[in-house]
Design a protein around this ligand. Sequence first.
Ligand code: SF4
Length: 363
Amino acid sequence: MHEHTPRKTRKVKIGKLAIGGSSPVSVQSMCTTDTSDLKATIDQIRRLEDAGCEIIRVAVPDMDAAAKLSRIKRAISIPLVADIHFDWRLAVEAARQGVDKIRINPGNIGDKDKVREVVKAAKSAGIPIRIGVNAGSLKTLQKTPNPRWKPAEWAEVMVKEALEEVRALETLDFRQIVVSLKADDIERTMLANTLFSEKSDIPLHLGVTEAGSFLSGAVKSAIGIGLLLTQGIGDTIRVSLTEDPLTQVRAAYEILKALKLRQYGPDLISCPTCGRCQVNVARIMHEIEERVYSDKTLLRRAEGKKIAVMGCVVNGPGEAREADFGVAGGKGKGIWIERGKQIKVVKESEWVNEVIRKIRSLK
Ligand code: SF4
């Protein structure tokens, strides 16, 4: 899988980061806070930075939010993207405020003159624009509100509209463009992105929009985004879940790790438990995850390490053999194992701390 050849895309600079070219697939998310609430927004972005988020987008619903973007930008260290719908003047103000990218949905931004103003502002600020085409808000739907298109026809309309916008921007000599083509189902998302990638070298931001709650959304995103990535399509990803954005970032990295496209944090493995289990493996795993993924240092030190938590000593040590370290449970205690060797006995109440101590001791 990791030998797949990424599609050759043009390189687009977003702050210190690049999307496309030979850059690694980056992970992004979107704040759920009211952008005008500076404290809440900055706190959330900082938590996301610690969890590995590489690009953050905020909604800019009005001038009050737009006017606060420079203060958010100064307080964070990852590129900031302004998400604009309906009002081109908000995009112009966002560029003036120093954001690193603007996302517009041309379907609702209005006529060409308004888009031209946005391009002018982005050009003078030296920032890229993402053209975000969503299946649910296509311009064509204004004329054909309830189309009976097959998925491939939806994909064609999505790509046609995206390419029209690309042309409008390129005619103005603007080439720092990223495109996203999102639908709320895998089929249209895949068809649209595959078709677009055959026609353009513009980097693609992948996502299945409104994917759903944690389980259904993560599964849909993993399949939709994952299948495209295995074909070498996709330059940056956002997993949309009706969840804390921290979870979205985790899910995005899990997709990239599973495809061996990025390394991030440890590979935590645990057994599903069965009637032999006498410890709460789920709680212990959850605590380890919480602690590791909320601490940049732990994440870095644990990178690439396989850490196992197994529910019993019957199969646990065998199953944990390939792990770098871990613990296999009994009643109230467990055996600490390092690379298949049984090292010591650890009380159940100390399992989480022992794993964290071990990670801290790593270089
Ligand atoms: S490791 Fe033990 S508790 Fe876990 S599934 Fe295997 S046999 Fe059951």
